[in-house]
Write a protein that binds this ligand. Sequence first.
Ligand SMILES: [Zn+2]
Length: 266
Amino acid sequence: MPELPDVEGFRRVARQATNHQVRDVRVHDEQVLRGISSDSFQRAVRRRYFAEPQRHGKWLLMPTTGAANAAAALPVVLLHFGMTGSLQWCPHDAELHQHDRVVFDFATGELRYRDMRKLTGIHLAREQEEVDDLLAELGPDAQQIEAAEFGKRLTRTRRRLKPALMDQSVLAGLGNLSADEILWRARIPPHRSTTELTADELDQLHREMRTMLRESVRAGRIPDGASWLTGHRDEPDRRCPRCSTALRRARVGGRSTLWCPTCQPG
Ligand SMILES: [Zn+2]
């Protein structure tokens, strides 16, 4: 499931279209367009240029302009990747994948929105107000939020820590894998109550989140190397990469959660 680092990876893919004119938009499955018909979407985007793409949490924003090298403008194409979405840059002659739902065609190649399950999709905002409305529920981006704000938002209500970290209205961008990875690095159990966290623990959590995101963003995904908890998720005999204790797995806040009972006691 795409989380902040994956969407950063998609942003890099989208940058290949920056300052290029959309020659055509092909909608292979109208179901992924939210609140707009194929015809209207094509009319709004065709012949426009994409400006530098931006990201907020798990959303990718692609502003369009009337000319190359113009400042970001309207309308804005907003993409969400749900559980299975991705963005691919392909040569014109690459065979269409069965889950390529929308294809933006440029002189230099094609940008393809690929999604198997179609849980979310593509929006078009014609005015800044529509962008703001779409993102209104989101908290600050997890890569940008400062420690004080992070602590304040996380402890606003009493709840288990892991679902609080994943709540996009608290902070935007973290998903199941990144939340487990951060908690393991910070040595705090996922079921700890938010209001029981000490100031030191909150600082530690924020620091580990920043480090984890920096390294993951570089990779364009959460790395599954041997020194990462994520790297051991699917092993039959899951052991902590730090202390070799057998990892525990249970549902916390409705999501499959992995943690080390030795490193994350309590
Ligand atoms: Zn451990």
